[in-house]
Design a protein around this ligand. Structure first.
Ligand code: ADP
Ligand code: MG
Length: 254
């Protein structure tokens, strides 16, 4: 089997008396879209928070490209090539779409200075070049005509895509998405499906996505892991997951 890009290895996360994740393991294959589904409170966001360094695991560890991430700060994990979006939109609403993406570029630049001469050389560029790079990313998420709009006045579906563009500005290999389709209309979900496929197929990105919108999850996922009350109860191809009695009972039937 191909080496994984991300390994979650027997991770337990405890908050006081609450066990948010219990001995969860999963492996993400490079170049795939891997979804995590499960009812509210199952531990999905906690999983992304552990991977991205916001929480630390009580037990177990996370590896990225064979290297342990445990103990690293969020910006260090980002510098290694892991970017994320949040369950609730966290844009700078007064700033334009272009400026929001440039925030991501700046973060990348800052990390590059510390961690890699190569990155520094690549991105220590003029403002015009930064604009151009940000513009490319806006185009990639279908916001090519919205660069001068304030983020706060964009329709919700576009705000969610802008967050993806900002995460992409840090040039990740692995993109973590926390419910990007929540609250989207059907046409916006279709747009998102097309964008995520493009990112996987033409940009070579690996994506770990949490979502409740089954039309999206079933359409784009190569593999699906199911969490329930902090436990991983299933892991398989979309077809297997759709037909699993345990999954249907815990989640899909609701
Ligand atoms: P999901 O994203 O699947 O809805 P979460 O990962 O947000 O679930 O939450 C899993 C469990 O962990 C819930 O019981 C939640 O209340 C708890 N939890 C998550 N974050 C914290 C925290 N920072 N402090 C205390 N409890 C938390
Ligand atoms: Mg959540």
């Amino acid at each position: 089997m191909e080496a994984n890009i991300l390994g979650v290895n027997n991770v337990t996360v405890q908050f006081g008396g609450i066990i948010a994740l219990s001995d969860v393991s999963l492996e993400v294959t490079p170049g795939t879209i891997h979804a995590v589904i499960g009812p509210n409170g199952a531990g999905k966001s906690t999983l992304l928070n552990v991977i991205s360094g916001i929480y630390s695991a009580t037990k177990g560890d996370v590896s990225f490209e064979g290297e342990r991430l445990s103990g690293l700060a969020g910006h260090e994990i980002n510098a290694k090539g892991v970017a994320r979006t949040f369950q609730n939109t966290e844009l700078f609403k007064e700033m334009t779409a272009l400026e929001n993406v440039k925030v991501g570029l700046d973060r990348f630049h800052a990390c590059g200075v510390i961690n890699s001469a190569l990155h520094t050389k690549q991105w220590k560029k003029s403002d015009a070049e930064a604009d151009e790079a940000a513009r490319e990313l806006l185009k990639l998420v279908g916001l090519g005509d919205d660069e001068t709009s304030s983020a706060g006045i964009l329709p919700f579906g576009k705000q969610r895509r802008l967050e993806i563009a900002r995460a992409l500005a840090t040039r990740p290999k692995l993109l973590l998405l926390d419910e990007p389709a929540a609250g989207l209309r059907a046409a916006e979900v279709e747009d998102l499906i097309a964008i995520l496929r493009e990112l996987k197929t033409n940009q070579g990105l690996t994506i770990l996505i949490i979502d409740h919108v089954m039309a999206l999850v079933m359409a784009i996922s190569d593999r699906i892991s199911v969490l329930n009350f902090g436990h991983k109860i299933a892991d398989g191809a979309p077809k297997e997951i759709r037909e699993s009695a345990e999954v249907i009972k815990a989640y899909l039937g609701e």
